[in-house]
Design a protein around this ligand. Structure first.
Ligand SMILES: [Zn+2]
Length: 380
């Protein structure tokens, strides 16, 4: 046994002893819980039982006063203390901790705004196939406090529930992802960073395997201020069609109803997939035109390629060549853009055309670009 293993083992035994004393169950039962694959730490280190116990004693908001407990099974200043079953109580707290670890840390300037009672139901839905399929309000608050998340009372106090410092938009995403009766998110920009890793690890544990490799928290995404997305959001207060369209777009992002469009190309693709009115499409086209007009030279837009075909052909006396035909979706989504190249000695031709009556009226090829390098701009 290496000295590292030895000290880990020692920490485990000390933890099991502390948990056994605190909960009044026997030492072997406590140790057995701590050795389960689910309790080995999934999105971080194994949860320390001694840290959990110390939190109930010392935490500035939920820590006890003398012999009295402040936090109980039902919540903040609950009438009931804790009821430990000796089978799963530690594993439950470890799993709740993992669920809370998946979120991005709240910015220092943000105040907690997700209610513990709502959050506990969301965590239950996430952990439905685990020993934490039922999560008490008190245990949710306890795990959050032990993890060091910001915690606050509701205005006016006197509630069993507290506010927990996880990002509201990430909780909203998770809520729609795991709770029944919800429309699942179509955009994943607010997916909690540890969500997929945790789901995969829980599935492995459910299949009787170890949880797998440790998780590495990704670096936070820094929003690029100069994107089409940022520009479009900034148009939302305009009192005309582009403003209305930008307002609808911003709402779809806020509720994870659709993806972020970092570029006009991505917006066109998004509109191809979503149900929208002709007015919304016209406003989007106008917005794209205005955005492209701010750039010198305009990059135009490109659309999705739908097919590519190359064929060898006999030449006209001077040897053989090939013909190439590429097709792209037109911006409205109902027709095509066709690009053709005849590479035959003595007969070379490169051409493109918009094969859609509506788009031929509404879009044109940018001037000064080669056929292969085509891009479109709106006709406004
Ligand atoms: Zn079209």
């Amino acid at each position: 046994m290496t000295s590292n293993n030895h000290s880990q083992n020692r920490a485990l035994q000390q933890d099991a002893r502390a948990w056994s004393e605190f909960t009044g169950i026997n030492y072997t039962a406590a140790l057995r819980q701590m050795q389960k694959p689910l309790a080995q730490g999934i999105l971080g280190e194994r949860v320390s039982a001694r840290q959990l116990i110390a939190t109930l004693e010392d935490h500035p908001l939920i820590g006890g006063t003398g012999d009295d407990f402040v936090l109980g099974e039902s919540g903040f200043y609950a009438d009931n203390s804790w009821s430990f079953d000796g089978e799963n109580d530690y594993i439950e707290l470890a799993l709740i901790t993992e669920a809370l670890r998946m979120f991005s840390p709240l910015a220092k300037t943000e105040t907690p705004e997700v209610g513990s009672y709502t959050l506990k139901h969301t965590v239950e839905a996430l952990l439905t196939d685990t020993p934490a399929a039922y999560v008490s309000n008190g245990r949710l608050i306890w795990a959050a406090a032990a993890l060091g998340l910001p915690i606050a009372e509701y205005d006016g106090g006197s509630s069993l529930n507290l506010l927990i410092g996880v990002p509201d938009n990430e909780h909203d995403y998770l809520f729609k992802m795991v709770r029944s009766g919800q429309t699942r998110p179509q955009g994943h920009h607010f997916r909690p960073p540890g969500y997929e890793h945790l789901q995969a690890a829980l599935a492995r544990c459910a299949a009787g395997e170890p949880a797998g490799d440790p998780w590495v928290r990704p670096a936070p995404v820094v929003e690029e201020p100069a994107t089409f997305h940022a520009w479009l959001l900034a148009q939302a207060d305009r009192d005309e069609p582009i403003g209305d369209f930008a307002t609808d777009y911003a709402e779809g992002i806020r509720t994870s109803a659709h993806r972020i469009a970092q570029t006009p190309d991505e917006l066109v693709l998004l509109l191809n997939e979503l149900t929208h009115s002709p007015e919304a499409y016209d406003a989007a086209r106008a917005a794209i035109g205005e955005w492209l007009g701010t750039m010198e030279p305009s990059p135009g837009i490109r659309t999705m390629r739908i097919s590519s075909h190359r064929e060898d052909v006999g030449g006209y006396g001077a040897g053989s060549g090939d013909m190439e035909r590429l097709e792209y979706r037109c911006p409205c989504g109902y027709g095509r853009i066709v690009e053709e190249h005849d590479n035959i000695p003595g007969f070379r031709e490169h051409s493109h055309r918009i094969d859609c009556g509506q788009c031929r009226e509404e879009w044109r090829f940018l001037e000064g670009r080669s056929v292969r390098d085509w891009a479109l701009e709106p006709v406004l």
